[in-house]
Design a protein around this ligand. Structure first.
Ligand SMILES: C[S@@+](CC[C@H](N)C(=O)[O-])C[C@H]1O[C@@H](n2cnc3c(N)ncnc32)[C@H](O)[C@@H]1O
Length: 232
């Protein structure tokens, strides 16, 4: 066990996969209600920030039920999804091709994508550095990476409101809509996330540049856009 008695390593991988399999039938409903639909606005910011041309290939890692896949298709990009939860893939609303596989060992050829997205998944991985190394490997030189993740507001007033909502109301509401223990894990799992500076450093170490990390939703979420080093 690690911080807050959260599971670690192989325990964490099994715990997370089984949890997403279990909540997959009501995942979309819970997401829309609990974020007031803001999650879709944040995804749009990431897709626009990739700055890719129609027809370019984008891998969505930890694609879940396909929100990024649907959005990527809607702007003319060619997405492919990968996720290790069969339940989430089974409940996907996207018609894009999808593969069951791990972010730590992506089942795709080296330098095969122009872009890569990853939404609300960093804190679920057992380790981030190997995942970022995989992101780099499958992206072409000059390829674009777009990450969306939760964050904690720094402004004391927003932080107070966010704390009540995210740590107290979300587990209760999520419990009513879906599964109590899963929606208790959601706020607790923020403890796995490195700081913004830490994330920036890890991405730079793995060969990403022009790292643009922004807070959105009054600091409740963060978007990270960056470029895989190397000439295009
Ligand atoms: C909070 S959901 C986010 C789903 C989707 N990206 C979205 O934005 O709605 C996290 C997803 O990460 C997936 N996941 C967690 N760890 C993974 C891993 N090591 N490899 C592949 N998928 C993983 C889970 O199965 C789940 O579908």
């Amino acid at each position: 066990m690690g911080p807050n008695n959260l599971p670690q390593n192989a325990d964490k991988e099994r715990y997370v996969r089984e949890m997403f399999d279990r909540i997959s039938p009501r995942y979309d409903l819970a997401n829309r209600i609990l974020t007031f639909g803001l999650d879709q606005i944040w995804r749009k910011q990431v897709v626009a920030g990739l700055g890719l041309r129609k027809g370019q290939r984008v891998l969505d890692v930890a694609c879940g039920t396909g929100d990024f896949l649907t959005m990527l298709s809607s702007v003319g990009l060619i997405p492919v999804g990968v996720d290790f939860s069969f339940g989430m893939l089974e409940h996907s609303h996207s018609t894009a091709p999808k593969v069951q596989g791990s972010a730590l060992e992506l089942p795709f050829a080296t330098e095969s994508f122009d872009g890569l997205t990853c939404g609300f998944a960093l804190r679920n991985f057992t380790s981030l550095q190997p995942v970022f190394a995989e992101f780099r490997r499958v992206l072409k030189p000059g390829g674009r990476l777009g990450i969306l993740e939760v964050s904690t507001p720094s402004n004391p007033v927003f932080k107070f409101g966010h704390n009540i909502y995210f740590n107290k109301l979300v587990p209760r509401l999520g419990g009513v809509i879906s599964d109590r223990s899963a929606y208790r894990y959601l706020p607790e799992s923020v403890a796995y996330l490195p700081t913004s500076a830490g994330l920036r450093g890890m991405l730079a170490d793995e060969g990403f540049e022009a790292i643009d990390l922004r807070l959105t939703g009054l600091g409740a979420a963060q978007t990270i856009l960056c470029t895989r080093k190397g000439a295009q």
